[in-house]
Write a protein that binds this ligand. Structure first.
Ligand code: ATP
Length: 575
């Protein structure tokens, strides 16, 4: 494969894992952990008795489909040398040919996987947890001969959501086996599992730098940050994309909806905003598997300057050699994820850069936290953004006004970002009580804030949520004619309903106390339902700005609620 020597993690782990040791391995991103477990898997299987049909010899579990596919590719690349070695005397003595199979959700169903399993008779299975569990539950698959189990990105696999599936898989595996846990960030959760599944594990910790200069990121990675008002983040991104001369760039956003929106905006405005030969790609977990795989492959094989806009689905493990810069548009929900995102650059000793964009206010404290986590991070030089910013938002506004769907998309992205913010694990830094609702809404190019329960505790919200005074939402239409006629029908139906309610109110005589009581009660119930909706009891549906009248009503309720809350002692919004 062209490697002249082992990387430090390979030199430490291969002898241990080929022997009789379970291992927990922590080594920085891009340090060659895949080969560090691929070689021991192959060695052990070659040394053991041949595995009979329907049996599995080794299992590798990875948290994402992309990573599982990549590991399968690396293992298959090593296994290819078996064919070349067939004439080799040493090889013939061993008389084994190993095969591997990939199991991931979203592609063929588990029946097709089982058919392939009986056809190919693989010794090594590489998969994502859900599909793997389904597969192992089949009576056609036997695990009693399992020699070795590897959990790559083990800390992620043990996080909530995967933990249960993983327990299910572990229950189906024999206790007599070798187990290896690998990650660039081995958390406490891994030690929990170590107690449960590993026998006297050896912990291998491969550090970079020495003593006080010890780091959690590769020494060849330059990490910087910029603190900006929210409205300057998009112009800063555009500035970076136009001025950094790198072949491949990955930009991380916090939610799928943000990727969809910014990809759509930047692609449409590309000829006016970005340098000519830049190609944009978008990848996130809500894409169907086909386009997901195709996008990643196209990004990897692209020969021009390329930018991948993505979420944390592409943060761990992916090895794309030409990625030299990573931009984190938002800070991730936990500090370890920062290291994984950043580690897509500066792999295997190459030079790389990572820029983090933070919003002014509390978020600056994140830098200190990263320093405590042994990340060497410096402030980036100030960017000349003023003119760029005015021009960008003018173009964005023009583009948005061409189709109301684009504003809906922006609202979905904004709402998802706010919801993401509420889930930050570092609540003392990313405080909802300090969140700049208006600044962020402007950053997303919104004309009006959507009504959402989170706004109840927000400060400095403009009347009715308007960010663009005097804008007529009724005449703001969809390009799609079916959608637009449906919107118009809804507006007319609402107008009619309003007229009929007004008529009823007028015809109600003052000396008919019973009907007045009923009406009052109905209104009260209606208000209560609305209040429940706003307090988020059932979780609000995605904000659809086409429902303008409801929005006005909701806004009234928010104002009333805010007035009432002023009278009460202030309750801090702690998470
Ligand atoms: N011995 C070696 N010499 C040179 N390059 C190597 C060697 N072993 C692996 N590499 C290269 O190093 C790069 C990173 O390897 P790998 O993807 O295994 O890193 P990793 O430690 O698993 O990173 P991450 O924590 O991000 O998953 C790959 O491009 C791989 O080809």
């Amino acid at each position: 494969m062209g490697y002249s020597q082992m990387t430090p993690v390979q030199a430490s782990v291969i002898p241990l894992f080929c022997g009789n040791k379970d291992v927990i391995v922590e080594a920085v991103t891009g340090s060659g952990k895949t080969i560090a477990f691929a070689i021991p898997i192959i060695e052990r299987l070659l040394k053991s008795d041949p595995i009979s049909r329907e049996h599995v010899g080794a299992i590798v579990i990875a948290p994402t489909r992309e990573l599982a596919t990549q590991i399968h590719y690396v293992i298959s690349s090593v296994l290819k040398f078996q064919a070349q070695a067939e004439d080799d005397e040493h090889y013939n003595n061993q008389s084994r040919v190993l095969r591997s199979q990939l199991l991931i959700g979203g592609s063929a169903n588990v029946h097709a996987d089982l058919e392939q399993f009986s056809e190919v008779t693989p010794d090594i299975i590489i998969g994502t947890p859900g599909r793997l569990l389904e597969f192992l539950k089949s009576s056609k698959v036997h695990t009693s001969a399992l020699e070795i189990l590897v959990l790559d990105e083990a800390d992620r696999l043990l996080e909530l959501g995967f933990g249960k599936t993983l327990d299910g898989i572990l229950r189906l595996l024999p206790k007599q086996r070798r187990t290896g846990l690998f990650s660039a960030t081995v958390s406490d959760a891994v030690h929990e599992l170590a107690r449960a599944g590993l026998r006297n594990p050896v912990k291998v910790l491969v550090k970079t730098g020495n003593g006080s200069s010890e780091q959690k990121v590769p020494t060849t990675l330059k990490v910087s940050y910029s603190v900006l008002p929210p409205q300057s983040k998009l112009p800063a991104l555009v500035h970076y994309l136009n001025n950094l001369q790198y072949k491949k760039t990955i930009v991380y956003f916090s939610t799928c909806a943000s990727v969809v929106y910014f990809y759509s905006a930047l692609s449409h405005l590309k000829s006016k905003l970005l340098i000519d030969d830049l190609t944009l790609f978008s990848l996130h977990g809500k894409l169907p598997q086909g386009p997901r795989t195709k996008t990643l492959n196209n990004f990897i094989s692209s020969s021009c300057q390329s930018v991948l806009l993505t979420t944390d689905v592409a943060a761990r493990g992916l090895d794309i050699p030409e990625v030299d810069i990573v931009i984190q548009f938002d800070a991730p929900y936990e500090a370890n994820m920062f290291l994984h995102r950043a580690g897509r650059a500066a792999r295997a000793g190459r030079y790389g850069e990572c820029c983090l964009l933070l919003s002014e206010g509390r978020e600056e404290d994140y830098v200190q936290l990263l320093r405590v986590k042994k990340v060497k991070i410096e402030e980036a030089p100030m960017l000349p953004l003023k003119d760029e910013s005015t021009r960008l938002y003018k173009l964005l506004r023009g583009w948005m006004l061409e189709d109301r769907e684009r504003h809906d998309q922006a609202i979905r992205a904004y709402v998802s970002y706010v919801r993401f913010y509420t889930k930050h694990t570092m609540t003392s830094i990313f405080r909802m009580s300090e969140f700049d609702f208006v600044g962020n809404a402007r950053a997303y190019g919104l004309l009006r804030l959507p009504s959402m329960p989170e706004l109840k505790t927000a400060r400095d919200i403009p009347d009715g949520g308007w960010l663009e005074a005097g804008f007529d939402m009724d005449s703001y239409g969809y390009r799609n004619s079916t959608r637009e006629s449906r919107r118009r029908e809804e507006i007319n139906a609402k107008k009619l309903r309003k007229v009929s309610v007004e008529k009823q109110q007028k015809s109600a005589l003052p000396n008919t106390p019973w009907s007045a009581k009923v009406e009052r009660r109905e209104k009260k119930e209606e208000r209560q339902v609305k209040k429940q909706k706003l307090s988020g009891v059932k979780g609000r549906p995605s904000a659809d700005s086409s429902d303008e009248e409801d929005l006005v009503e909701d806004w009234k309720a928010i104002v009333t609620e805010r007035k009432a809350s002023k009278a009460r002692p202030v309750q801090k919004f702690e998470l």
